[in-house]
Each structure stands twice: as structure tokens, then as C-alpha cells.
Design a protein around this ligand. Structure first.
Ligand SMILES: [Zn+2]
Length: 337
């Protein structure tokens, strides 16, 4: 099964540029910027990445983000991510970039654009990995984060920009309050992919669908508690970007057996499998597929279906989607009984 999973061509739709940084990449950055309060030693860094809950995770995330101060730092993140994606045979990824957080930490907007474009071309040339960008409102409630995110996504609009997102703590901030920003992004031709229902209930997902007209939902796992919502998601083929290890690391799900992924599949939901913040959560996409095999008993054809879902739910060009689906089918037929 390891061999099957490693060789399976994949796409990834919920992976954050900063949270994806491997220990090696973060250590490179901490040595460049030792005063940012992030450990410069690998063992200490691992301890630093043990989260008690989602709030603690956000605190750590903000500290690591403060290491990204120049275009060179951004390039280090993208280069490292591309290498890790290639190792997992991820052929296409929509990477969430919190542009406003990088700009606040000192990266000039045109420098950020240039670093993303150059590293994206390099990812394809060196690793055969196609990258696309989602610019998200980080949801840290800093004043003006919505407008600043829109300004970057729409004015700079680096090559590969596909969507507009929303992350961060869900409680206490109505999705409705972001409606205006999503309306502007959609009118400018971006897809809308907010996170919702990760650490709050189904009402947040309904709000993301109604107010933000979400085309996919980041996480969305609390939909499991709302049968009419499940039916709506299934009937309209609105995909969920499910990230099992992330949910366990931030303690929004307590044990693997309690994870709703199998029940979401049973409800007919288009489930895609993702890592979210693989560097911070000590995971990668191969491990997520393996986890689904080991914990939920998914076999080859079900894992191949998950891989197909990520391709069809993506905003990749049609020709690339067709190519990846063909490769997944070819891989699934190889050596099957
Ligand atoms: Zn996410």
C-alpha cells in the first residue's frame, strides 16, 4: 500500500505556505532572523510545534510568519514546499498565501509577487509541480486585513492566482462580515474558497455558502452534525477540503476514530484530502492517504477516488485535469488484481 500511495499522482487544495515549511526551511529562516522568537534548534522547534489548542496554534503560526521578511524568505518557503510536494507525487497544488501577513512583516508587495512568480516557474521546471495561489484573509482580525488582501490579490495578481480565501479563528466573527470582500474578489474573477466548520458548528458553513458563496469549503467537518447541510453539499457537489492530521493536532477532533471523514464519504460528499500545515503538523500528503487506509480501512480504489476528487475540485486548467485523471487511472490499474 505504501508503494501504491507514494506512486499515486495527487493534487492538494488546502496547504498554507508558512505552515507547510519543513523544519529545515524554518531553521534556515530562524538562522537568518534569530531574534524572532522561534527556536534555532530542531529538537526545540519540534517542541515549539506541539499545540495545546487552536489558539495556541495561531500564536505559533504568527511567530513563524514573522520570520518571513524578504522576497528571498518567500522563495525559500516556496522552493521547500515544491520539493516536499514532489516527494509526495503531488502534481498540482493550490497554495494558500496570507499576503497581508508577509507585507506586514516587511515584504514589499512587488517583491512578494516576484518571489511567488519566480519560485512557481522553478517548481514546474525543477520538480514538475504545478502551483496555483489562493490569497486568504488570515482572519487575525487586524484592521484592514480584508482590503489589504484584496489589494494584493487583485492589483498584483501574480501568475497562477486562482482564488480568494479566509482562514483563522472562526468563533466570534460572523462570515457575513466578509461578504463585501468576497463579492469584490468574485467580480474580479477569483474563485471563493473560505475555511468554515473547522472549529465551529454547521452554522458557519451555511454562512460561508450563503454569504460568501463558497465553491469549496476549507475543512467543513462539522457539517457531519447537520443532515440537511450534508444533503446540500452532496446534491451540489460542493467539495470539502478535509485535513485529518491537522484536526487531531489542533485538538478539534480528539482521536482518529472520531474523525468524520468516513461518514462524510458515506453521505456522498466530495471529500478531498489535504495536509493544511504539513511542516507544523509533522505530516505530508502520503501520510494522510496512509492514515485513511490504516484508520478508516480505505482501499486502493477509494484512495484513488480521493485523489480524483482533488483534481476535479481544483481550479487547474482542463487539460491538466484530464492529464492527471488519466495518470491516476493508469496508476490504479497497474498491479491491481
Ligand atoms: Zn487550512
Amino acid at each position: 500500500m505504501h508503494k501504491f500511495i507514494f506512486g499515486l499522482p495527487k493534487a492538494e487544495l488546502n496547504v498554507h505556505l508558512v505552515g507547510a515549511a519543513s523544519a529545515d526551511t524554518v531553521l534556515t529562516l530562524t538562522r537568518r532572523h534569530p531574534s524572532a522568537g522561534v527556536p534555532t534548534d530542531e529538537t526545540e522547534l519540534r517542541k515549539f510545534y506541539e499545540f495545546t489548542d487552536f489558539d495556541h496554534f495561531v500564536d505559533v503560526y504568527v511567530k513563524v510568519n514573522s520570520l518571513v521578511q524578504t522576497g528571498e524568505d518567500v522563495s525559500s518557503l516556496v522552493d521547500g514546499l515544491a520539493e516536499d510536494l514532489a516527494f509526495n507525487n503531488v502534481r498540482y497544488a493550490e497554495v494558500t498565501v496570507s499576503a497581508v501577513s508577509h507585507i506586514d512583516a516587511g515584504v514589499a508587495p512587488d517583491e512578494l509577487k516576484e518571489a511567488l512568480q519566480t519560485s512557481r516557474r522553478k517548481a514546474l521546471a525543477v520538480h514538475g509541480v504545478h502551483l496555483a495561489w489562493i490569497f486568504d484573509i488570515p482572519g487575525l482580525r487586524t484592521p484592514g486585513e480584508e482590503q489589504a488582501t484584496l489589494d494584493f490579490a487583485l492589483r498584483q495578481r501574480p501568475e497562477g492566482t486562482v482564488a480568494f480565501g479566509l482562514a483563522g479563528q472562526e468563533a466570534g466573527r460572523d462570515r457575513e462580515s466578509y461578504r463585501w470582500a468576497f463579492d469584490i474578489a468574485r467580480d474580479a474573477g477569483l474563485h471563493c474558497v473560505p475555511h468554515a466548520g473547522e472549529m465551529t458548528g454547521p452554522a458557519t458553513i451555511w454562512a460561508a455558502l450563503r454569504a460568501l458563496r463558497a465553491e469549496r469549503i476549507g475543512h467543513g467537518i462539522s457539517a457531519i452534525a447537520d443532515p440537511p447541510l450534508l444533503k446540500h453539499l452532496a446534491d451540489n457537489a460542493i467539495p470539502l477540503e478535509v485535513c485529518p492530521t491537522s484536526n487531531l493536532r489542533t485538538n478539534v477532533v480528539r482521536t482518529p476514530r472520531e474523525h468524520p471523514l468516513p461518514a462524510l464519504l458515506d453521505a456522498g460528499i466530495v471529500v478531498t484530502l489535504n495536509t493544511d500545515d504539513p511542516g507544523m503538523f509533522h505530516t505530508d500528503l502520503n501520510s494522510e492517504y496512509l492514515f485513511c487506509h490504516q484508520e478508516f480501512g480505505l482501499g486502493r480504489s477509494e484512495l484513488a477516488d480521493l485523489a480524483r476528487n482533488s483534481v476535479t475540485a481544483s481550479f487547474a486548467p482542463d487539460a491538466l485535469k484530464t492529464q492527471l485523471l488519466t495518470e491516476i487511472s493508469a496508476h490504479t490499474k497497474q498491479g491491481s488484481p
